[in-house]
Design a protein around this ligand. Structure first.
Ligand SMILES: [Zn+2]
Ligand SMILES: [Zn+2]
Length: 357
């Protein structure tokens, strides 16, 4: 059991307990390099990296590698740095990323969670109460006329949807290329008829059938592109999948994504088919929601992990100096000898460096 780090060396903020690591019990974000034998606790307050004393790293490194291998979810990576999640812990692992990306798996958990909360008694009661008020409001002519609640079918889902999303997935001004009529808003309950398409920029777009023209002719559509289209699609899909999904449906959707090769490829396949969300069915729309969320999350994580790589380069330089210049040689050598065998490939290299000085 180690005594290291109860507080940040820089800002004296305390490191929270993580309940996961016996040899590094504090710190919620931990950076480490199993090859070079480096270990840092990253302060959640000032974000500085605290290099662990060299003689206290071995056991923690071993424990971290095991945790990363068996229990962590990959969140993103560059060529040199991977970001991993394990419960309340975030790990920054230096070294090449040989781990399979499983974002859809993580997202599947979100859909399962939604299903549980949707089915909970409390959310039903709240929805019915709210629905009843709306019903009364209708009766005395005092409510939002754009809200359509189908009391015979799935009123709970309808009420929850309306409370959470409002009535329109998009407001703006688009002109139909055929009849010149203007679309000002896209109502959620008409969202089933939109379809994903591939824009000229290669990205996912949205086609909205023109109500005035022939709504069944695929050419007669309003088109949204770029970030706007992506946001509209994500909103529509979240609306439609508000009840969450069963294990079975999530597995099927994940399999479809796997078969396509990646989440991005799946979304592209779907857009080529020009099918309405309705026609795509539950598995199709769940797959698309997973794919879209994955791509947004990926972009954010890419930014984060690139920033981390930048910081790591600076910290690694400092760590190398501290380890080599300031640590007595015998300590370093003892440290290398104690490293588990599979963490020891750099032994020769490091001791050579020490001796070369
Ligand atoms: Zn700090
Ligand atoms: Zn039209």
């Amino acid at each position: 059991m180690t005594t290291m780090f109860t507080r940040c060396l820089f800002c004296h903020g305390s490191f929270a307990e993580n309940d996961r690591l016996a040899h590094m019990p504090r710190g919620r974000r931990i950076a480490y390099d199993p090859e070079q034998g480096r270990l840092w606790a990253v302060c959640s307050r000032c974000h500085r990296w605290n290099l662990a004393p060299i003689e206290e790293r071995d056991a923690a490194l071993y424990e971290l590698e095991r945790l990363a291998r068996d229990h962590a979810r990959p969140l993103g990576h560059t060529a040199n740095v991977s970001l991993l999640g394990a419960g309340s812990l975030t790990l920054v692992r230096v070294g090449d990323a040989g781990l399979v990306e499983q974002a859809w798996w993580r997202y599947g958990r979100e859909l399962r969670r939604r299903k549980t909360s949707f089915e909970s008694r409390r959310s039903k009661v709240a929805a019915y109460t709210f629905g009843a008020m709306q019903y009364l409001g209708d009766a005395i002519g005092f409510s939002d006329g754009d809200v359509a609640i189908d009391w015979s079918d799935t009123p709970v889902a309808d009420v929850l949807r309306w409370r959470r999303f409002g009535w329109a997935a998009w407001h703006g001004r688009e002109t139909c290329p055929y009849c010149n009529s203007t679309l000002r808003a896209l109502r959620y309950d008409l969202g089933w008829w939109v379809y994903p398409l591939r824009g000229e920029d290669g990205r996912l777009g949205v086609g909205i059938p023109c109500q005035r023209c022939d709504p069944w002719t695929p050419e007669k559509v309003y088109e949204l592109h770029g970030d706007v289209a992506e946001n509209v699609l994500r909103r529509l899909l979240a609306y439609q999948n508000i009840a969450g999904a069963s294990e079975r449906k999530i597995t099927d959707a994940a399999r479809a994504i796997e078969e396509a090769g990646s989440a991005g490829a799946f979304a592209l396949d779907v857009s080529e088919r020009r099918q309405s969300l309705w026609k795509m069915g539950k598995v199709g729309t769940i797959g698309l929601e997973i794919a879209l969320n994955e791509s947004v999350e990926r972009r954010l994580l890419d930014l984060e992990v690139r920033a981390i790589e930048f910081i790591w380069r600076r910290e690694e330089e400092i760590a190398r100096i501290i380890d080599q210049e300031l640590t007595p040689r015998r300590l370093l050598e003892a440290h290398m000898r104690r490293l588990p065998v599979r963490l020891r490939p750099r032994l020769g290299h490091l001791t050579a460096e020490v001796e070369g000085r």
